[in-house]
Unconditional design. Structure first.
Length: 181
């Protein structure tokens, strides 16, 4: 069986000190740390430029290397952080689809009531005000379907893609090296 080879894209990150890689407001030990917002945005921005199935290698260059090798800490922190982001994104997708189902139920109910009202008013073709009201009910009913259609047609799939990218970043080969002067 032939195995499909996927290119591994390397993302390089340069920091002066190890502490610049982590969120200084996070009081937990490093391996559970949030990444610094700038480091996080940098990694995500680069990764989002590739396919959702892309594999990544992250090379962290540190100008002032600590006395002890920080590799294990950095690897664990990056993997934990992007695992967490992928889990949060998965939960957001579930909530969005739940909102979509609720919006669809509400929208369909409102549309049926509007169409029913418009059908009742169809017998009053001589009155201009009632014709406008009838047309308004039809338009309003269809506008009520806007949100569920937006969710089910457009909003969910970019989130799925972002979640896959986060999962791939969580599996990335992470290496730490001293920055060359």
């Amino acid at each position: 069986m032939k195995k499909h080879l996927t290119a591994v894209h390397q993302i390089e990150l340069r920091v002066t000190q190890l502490s610049e890689l982590f969120n200084s407001m996070d009081p937990t030990p490093f391996h559970h740390c949030d990444l610094d917002r700038d480091a996080q945005e940098y990694l995500e921005t680069w990764a989002m430029g590739f396919s959702h199935s892309a594999q990544f290698s992250i090379l962290v260059h540190i100008e002032q290397m600590p006395k002890t090798d920080p590799s294990a800490t950095v690897v664990e922190a990056i993997h934990n952080f992007f695992d967490y982001k992928a889990d949060i994104t998965k939960r957001q997708i579930q909530l969005l689809l739940q909102e979509g189902r609720t919006s669809l139920l509400i929208g369909l109910t409102f549309l049926m009531l509007c169409l029913l009202g418009a059908d009742i008013m169809s017998g009053f073709t001589g009155n201009a005000f009632l014709r406008v009201l009838r047309e308004s009910l039809i338009i309003g009913g269809w506008v009520a379907m806007w949100r569920p259609l937006q969710i089910f047609l457009y909003e969910w799939w970019p989130m799925v893609r972002r979640g896959k990218i986060f999962r791939n970043l969580a599996k990335a080969d992470v290496r730490v090296t001293p920055a060359l002067a």
